[in-house]
Design a protein around this ligand. Sequence first.
Ligand SMILES: Cc1cc2nc3c(=O)[nH]c(=O)nc-3n(C[C@H](O)[C@H](O)[C@H](O)COP(=O)(O)OP(=O)(O)OC[C@H]3O[C@@H](n4cnc5c(N)ncnc54)[C@H](O)[C@@H]3O)c2cc1C
Length: 328
Amino acid sequence: MRDADVIVVGGGPAGSAAAARLASGGADVLVLDRAEFPRQKLCAGWITPEVVRDLDLDVERYPHGFLSFRRLHWHLHGMRLPVTCVQHSIRRIEFDDWLLRRSAAPSLVHAVRDIRREADHYVLDGMFRCRYLVGAAGTACPVRRALFEDMRPRPRELQTVTLELEFPFEWKDPDCHLWFFEHGLPGYSWYVPKAAGWLNVGIGAMAARLKKRGEHIREHWRRLAARMRRQFGISLPDDPPGYSYYVRGPVDSARIGNAFIVGDSAGLATRDLCEGIGPAIRSGQMAAESILGGAPFELDRIGARSLGEGLFSRWMDWSFTRGVAPAA
Ligand SMILES: Cc1cc2nc3c(=O)[nH]c(=O)nc-3n(C[C@H](O)[C@H](O)[C@H](O)COP(=O)(O)OP(=O)(O)OC[C@H]3O[C@@H](n4cnc5c(N)ncnc54)[C@H](O)[C@@H]3O)c2cc1C
């Protein structure tokens, strides 16, 4: 049996952010991830200035491709709205590996299946034992399944479905494009350039509303593929990989005893843009602060909307979720 004070299940942004803070605070922490890093993670890899700040990321010293956008092109009901801002893109295969290494926490490749409570410890697969447990394994997190499922099922109406591809492409247009609600899609599609000649193209929508419309996300993917061919001369295959995650619902039950769920495991992506990296990092850091110093683990301190609390952001939120289980 391998003992550690804290075991973090999942080494994505949520898990590595928790592990980094725990390790720097002197905790005996171990990260378990089923994948060997560097690993692929479906994600557009768009990150905000808040993410850069929360991670204390020195952009000049980041060893991989990092691209900054001076504006985004929003396409909303046929209108093109250039939005001046500063946003960034990274490749998740590089970024997550770098974050996990930077955490300086020991990690092992292990797919966690079984979690049991034994007195004041948690035992994982009969092989690992800890006093504190952080569930950071994404949508299908085994910590959530074992300890949190009965507390608050995630509302199906808040589940997204996505399709995406990242590939080498000598893009000419260096701006990020987002097309919202096209052909009735309850979601949006994107074109996100990356440094060193990479491009990410994808589409995401609210699964239950798509189903209610009798549609499949692949029909919308085909429309996106047609646009990419027309507008950018890109040929996309018909069968890209997909992933599903949840946008922000109620978050008052993300800690039970010494067990925490963070990031996608807790369903924290924002309700107006489905942005999940920032909330994952902040929740991971917050869990670490609770373990190290007893700080309250209050996820409602993490914003539920990327665009703030203004009317536009609330309208975007409603356009995706139709007001289901509004965030605190
Ligand atoms: C197509 C798509 C595009 C997106 N684009 C963006 C974007 O541009 N910007 C943004 O902010 N957000 C985006 N998101 C959301 C974002 O990717 C997630 O919210 C974010 O990755 C959550 O981080 P996490 O650490 O909670 O989970 P993950 O990043 O999913 O990490 C979970 C880790 O747990 C591991 N794991 C899983 N099961 C087990 C197990 N049983 N045992 C051990 N380890 C396990 C996995 O291998 C993985 O490494 C996108 C999501 C999708 C699907």
